[in-house]
Each structure stands twice: as structure tokens, then as C-alpha cells.
Design a protein around this ligand. Sequence first.
Ligand code: PHB
Length: 389
Amino acid sequence: MRTQVGIIGAGPAGLLLSHLLHLQGIDSVVLESRSREQIESTIRAGVLEPGTVDLLAEAGLGARMKAEGTVHDGFELAFGGKRRRVDLVELTGKAITVYAQHEVLKDLVAARCAADGALYFNVSGTTIDGIDSDAPSIRFQHSGAEHTLHCDFVIGCDGSQGVSRAAIPEALRQDYEKVFPFGWFGILVEAPPSSDELVYAHHDRGFALVSTRSSTVQRMYFQCDPKDSVNAWSDDRIWAEMHTRVDTEDQQVIEGRIFQKNIVGMRSFVSTKMQHGRLYLTGDAAHIVPPTGAKGLNLAVSDVRVLTAALQEFYRSGREHLLEAYSETALRRIWRAEHFSYWMTRMMHRLDGVSPFEQQLQIAELEHVTTSRSALTALAENYVGTSAV
Ligand code: PHB
């Protein structure tokens, strides 16, 4: 088998890259270890920055997103029994769109299939060879047969646990990591929206977030022990916690049938460089952000945007300067988002083990951020993604 660009991983990064390359007349093959059903049903976050929305729309992927996604002009920060609105449109001129990642994924799979794109699911035993040469290859098994995919470039879009990052020799990599001592308990609920906009709540008992998926399905989270078990949480116990952390005198969380529960750990991670020889990493394969800033998917999309332009330049003119600069270019935006996500996480969560002095500083920061126009603007710019390089 031969293609120009071999892509490992059919998450948003891998599929979007394949689709954008196709629009430029560049051939690719996507290999995925999971099944189509698995990737299309994996529940992830749902906030799309305007830049992400524009790119998806320009690539012809906007129809369902525009019809089924919801545009939010702002969100709310709740603490000390009150809610304060962050008016994104007034502060930045931009809004965000809430549209679940697995819906973006379905649109991408459909677009690749409609274009007869080569997309292999249920692939196993993937190994990468020859990235130090200009003729790298990927070996894998599919439907009981061994295959070798010869290509010009290998792109690792296979997430933090994938094989791609490990193909860059450890001695050449610098990994940076911060593991948070808390996690998020996430639920999907059959109920009308509790609020017109997302609510990020800081409370003595811990953080909580009210998000949405549609007029009938809501997504909510609350800070928990990452080692806790989903089974330890009855529906009653979950609702008691959500009410305590989020309700104000005149606004209450609306209960409904909980049909999905999960716990996710929280960490920040960056692996540099994001390239070695003919191997390039995108999205979670190279970096992780805690979900508080809603940046994960948006960062993957911006990596893909940078890499597509670099590959396009290479195939158009043979020049490699954009490819050589890929890691450095992508990392500017990534570190900005890492800082923002870390900052939001530290400001919004209950931080066990910090001194009472530091707890008071956290409240002082929330007061400042929600009352100073310049501080609010900085928050809003980061949230919509316009402060990025
Ligand atoms: C979500 O809707 O899943 C969501 C929204 C905002 C976040 C994280 C997750 O910051």
C-alpha cells in the first residue's frame, strides 16, 4: 500500500487532517484501532471556539453543526452564592458553539466516506518504521492480514496512549506534566437545560459545571476524587451535590434521568518536540489540557490547521520551512492554552492541602476576574481563543 500521508488515529485530529488534505488534492490513509461505533459514541467535551467553527464550515462540515449546535454569547461564573456573567460577545465580539465532539466526529467520518477516503477501523499491531528516512512506513494488521503502508509522512493523531509519541526516541523528547489531585464526575441527563448558558461554579465542596447537549439532554460535571468509583454515587447523592454547588436563590439545577456516568482524571501535559524526522504529532498525542478551559478539541484542530498548511506548501513547492517550524508554531498556541486551562482549573476547584491564606487568594481572584473589565476581557479572549498566536 502507498499513500502520501499516513495518519494514525481517527479522532477529530486525524479525520480532519485527512479531510483537509483531500481538499488540497493530497492523498492520505487513516488507521484506527477502535471500531467506528466506538469512536462515534465516545463522550467527550463540547465547546467549539469560533475559529474551530469557521474552519469546519469552510471545509464543508458545517451543516449539522449549524443546525444542531447552539451558539452561546456568554457563560456564567458562580461563587459565593451569586452568578456573574462573562459576556463573550460584548467583550470579544465572538461567541462559542456547543456541539458535542462525537457529533463532529460523525460529520468527519461521513465526509471521509462520501469522498471514498481510505479509513481502516479495528486495526491492530501498528508500528512505525523509517521516520529518519524520507520513506517512512506503517505496519499494521487488519482483517487478519499484515499490511505495510508506505508514505512520505507519518502523522500521529492517536491520543495520549497511542503508539506515535513513543516512536520519537525518549532522549530527544522533553515531556512536561502536571497531574491534578482531583477529577470530574460527568453525567448525561434527560432534562431541559438548567440554564441558558454554561455555568462554571466554585464552591467550598468543590467545582461543578452545568453544560448542555440539546434541548432534551444535559451534560453536567462535579469535582470528585479521581480514584472514586461511579458506583459509589447514587442519583440522589449526585443531585444533592449538584444542588449544593450550583443552585442560587432563584436558579436551580433541573433534575432528570441520569443515563451515563463517568469519572475523568485531570492533567496537563506537553511533549516537545512534536516532530521527529518524517513523524509529526497532533492533538492529544502531544498534549493534554484539563477540561476546565474547554480547549482540548480546539487545540487539536489548530495543530491540524498548522500542519495542513505546512504539508500543502511542501507538496506545492517542495519547500520544507513550514514543516520544520511546525512544532514551534503549534507550541505557541498550545502553551497559551495550557496556561489558561491550568489557571482556570486552579481558580475554580477546591484545592485540598493549600493554606487558608491561599484559599482566600482564590476568592480574591474570582472577585477580581468577575469585576475588573480588563480581567474579564482577558478571560473571555482566552475562552473564545482569540488571544492565541
Ligand atoms: C462539555 O459540555 O462537555 C464541557 C463544556 C465546557 C467545559 C468542559 C466540558 O469546560
